[in-house]
Write a protein that binds this ligand. Structure first.
Ligand code: NAD
Ligand code: TYD
Length: 354
């Protein structure tokens, strides 16, 4: 049995679906079901006894302690977070509560549970912290990619809150000996991605005939990884990672945002052509994000060397699968666009609201 937190969100749900497709080991899935959590993504597991869903907060110490005692998991994998940079700029409070206070309470409950385990179970127990490359800050064009020894220099309330939680995770290993593993991953994309993030937003807006809002000059660089490759990396880290270590995970796909948007447009032009012209005509350059990090890039050589992990998808194969998935699943998209989602889009994109 493993305990996954945030397993109704984008990466957590992909992880749970992949896990249960590959193992029979049950999953307890603890998720608060914020705007970003979506049970629809987990619909195929509704009658699956291997999936135990619990609606709740990682910051609820009594709830987490009860779950640990009842289910005796051999690992906790912490995906739960507030994850959207733009939301962290307009309202940071939830990021502090979940990403910092919530992770602290989860660690504390985990530590107390772990401390009471018999020796063998104690030695095998793992706490996996799913973190981001954004904690390392922003790179200049000629800087080498982020390695595990880069300084933490977070620039947004989101990345600062993730950096804080990573430090707590590190301290729980150093001080108490809790067997933790931290992963710092590049930008993910793929199925079930909430359409407030770049790639799904562009697909959904393009199909709806709306503008494609590119911040600033569109030359900000991100390193993109297909979500299922992130999931395989986490499984590998859980299986073979060395407690106390951190592992960078990336796809080796550094691309400026505008190239990503153009790639999405080209695939849509091929797979779902407009009546006339290209989806590129919908691109609109808008006001930049405050404090926008210019470039992220991941050096993933450590996980390749020490754990033998590498991604299965190239950007070209992954983005094609992703666009096709959104074309095949319009109902999922419609249903995640709740009232709360629409309010956010209205507030965020005042200049381009269609
Ligand atoms: P997401 O926003 O899609 O999902 C987050 C999930 O956590 C949601 O289901 C939400 O309901 C749940 N949640 C939020 N607060 C909670 C709380 N207090 N208690 C329990 N559940 C709560 O995020 P995601 O993109 O799937 O990211 C998952 C993790 O991976 C995050 O920790 C994020 O920092 C990290 N990460 C994301 C990316 C990316 O590109 N998306 C890249 C690297 C790392
Ligand atoms: P995002 O998906 O929000 O991820 P992150 O900020 O965590 O990297 O954004 C990816 C990049 O796309 C980032 O440089 C901001 C940019 N972006 C836009 O240009 N327009 C948009 O509407 C969004 C949501 C993002």
């Amino acid at each position: 049995m493993i305990l996954v937190t945030g397993g109704a969100g984008f990466i957590g749900a992909n992880f749970v679906l992949d896990w249960l497709a590959k193992h029979d080991e049950p999953v307890v899935n603890l998720d608060k079901l914020t705007y970003a959590g979506n049970m629809e993504t987990l619909a195929s597991l509704q009658d699956d006894p291997r999936h135990i869903f619990v609606k709740g907060d990682i910051g609820d110490s009594a709830l987490v302690a009860g779950l640990l005692t009842r289910h005796q998991p051999r690992a906790i994998i912490n995906f739960a977070a507030e994850s959207h940079v733009d939301r962290s700029i307009s309202s940071p409070e939830d990021f502090i509560q979940t990403n910092i206070v919530g992770t602290f309470r989860l660690l504390e409950a985990g530590r107390q549970f772990w401390a009471g385990l018999p020796a063998e179970a104690k030695a095998g127990f793992r706490f996996v912290q799913v973190s981001t490359d954004e904690v390392y800050g922003s790179l200049q064009p000629s800087d080498p990619a982020f390695s595990e020894t880069n300084r933490y220099e977070p620039n947004s309330p989101y990345s600062a809150s993730k950096a804080s939680s990573d430090h707590l995770v590190r301290a729980y290993h150093h001080t108490y000996g809790l067997p933790v593993l931290t992963t710092n991953c590049a930008n993910n994309y793929g199925p079930y991605h909430f359409p407030e993030k770049l790639i799904p937003l562009m697909i959904v807006n393009a199909l709806a005939g709306k503008q494609l809002p590119v911040y600033g000059d569109g030359q900000q660089v991100r390193d993109w990884l297909y979500v299922k490759d992130h999931c395989s990396a986490i499984r590998r880290v859980l299986e073979a990672g060395k407690p106390g270590e951190t592992y960078n995970i990336g796809g080796g796909n550094e691309k400026p945002n505008i190239d990503i948007v153009h790639a999405v447009c080209a695939l849509l032009d091929e797979l779902r052509p407009r009546g006339s012209g290209s989806y590129r005509e919908q691109v609109s350059f808008i006001k930049d994000r405050p404090g926008h990090d210019r470039r992220y890039a991941i050096d993933a050589r450590k996980i390749a060397r020490e754990l033998g992990w590498k991604p299965a998808e190239t950007f070209e194969t992954g983005i094609r699968k992703t666009v096709q998935w959104y074309l095949d699943n319009p109902d999922w998209v419609l249903r995640v666009q709740s009232g709360a989602y629409r309010d956010w889009v209205k507030a965020q994109y005042v200049t381009v609201a269609a």
